[in-house]
Design a protein around this ligand. Structure first.
Ligand SMILES: Nc1ncnc2c1ncn2[C@@H]1O[C@H](COP(=O)(O)OP(=O)(O)O)[C@@H](O)[C@H]1O
Ligand SMILES: [Mg+2]
Length: 232
């Protein structure tokens, strides 16, 4: 039986206009990710990796083509539906962590659960559970801005997992970290994935080919198209 497909892109085109200048970034991307698979995407800076991830994460709508996530056509959702969908189904991890600096890391993690409708007490419980898993229990009442980069990314991993999403989207998650700290983040990521018996689909963008050894498939974005890089 064919694997279930969680992410499907068909002939996706996307670009940006600035004044009279038009930049075409994606020129007909076709892609399928089977459930519970981990895909790494490589590509030069400016090749459109973040654009692609933002489209799959329903942060932007593609100009043309079709994107389905979990069987849902993203183009049919209004803003409110997209926001609900993101909160329920997708965990984001960004290169620059994107925590709210004035909130404690516990509040940052709780926020993801609150946006998904979890009452405050339940959200706090989930946040504490995950912050222990990522080794930050002792720092949970510290403001995000007081933490190091590696600690902030550990908190961001906890935030991404708080709603137990079927799909994780990570945009150069170790890109701002030194090698050892980046390795620690990847070890944590892999350990958490093992804990849930690899029942999670991941798209991870990276510049670092070493990280691709963790993935089931590696693709490369170039010339506005996504191609197989190597298959394990
Ligand atoms: N919001 C935007 N407005 C205008 N141009 C953008 C915008 N986002 C990205 N771009 C342009 O699209 C191209 C691809 O960007 P991006 O997806 O960020 O690439 P990557 O993540 O691979 O470095 C770049 O030329 C970038 O300048
Ligand atoms: Mg990028």
């Amino acid at each position: 039986m064919a694997d279930n497909i969680i992410v499907k892109l068909e002939n996706v085109h996307h670009g940006y206009s600035i004044g009279s200048n038009r930049v075409e970034v994606l020129h007909g991307v076709d892609f399928e990710l089977a459930e519970d698979k981990w895909c790494c995407i490589l590509g030069a800076s400016g090749s459109g990796k973040t654009t692609l991830l933002n489209l799959v994460g329903s942060l932007e709508k593609c100009d043309s083509g079709r994107i389905e996530v979990g069987g849902r056509d993203l183009s049919t959702m209004n803003r409110r539906e997209s926001a609900m969908f993101r909160a329920q189904s997708i965990g984001f991890i960004f290169q620059s962590y994107c925590l709210l600096p004035e909130l404690s890391i516990r509040e940052n993690v709780m926020l993801g659960a609150r946006l998904n409708g979890t009452p405050a007490a339940g959200a706090a419980e989930k946040a504490d559970f995950l912050l222990e898993k990522v080794g930050l229990s002792h720092r949970r009442f510290h403001r995000a801005a007081e933490l190091s980069g590696g600690e902030q990314q550990r908190a961001a991993v906890a935030r991404a997992l708080v709603n137990d999403p079927p799909l994780l989207l990570a945009d150069e998650p170790t890109g701002n970290l030194d090698e050892n700290t980046g390795q620690a983040i990847m070890d944590l990521f892999c350990a958490l994935r093992e804990e849930r018996s690899r029942k999670q689909s991941i798209i991870m963008i990276t510049h670092n080919r070493d990280l691709c050894r963790f993935a089931d498939i590696t693709m490369e974005l170039s010339g506005g198209k996504l191609r197989d890089f190597q298959e394990k």
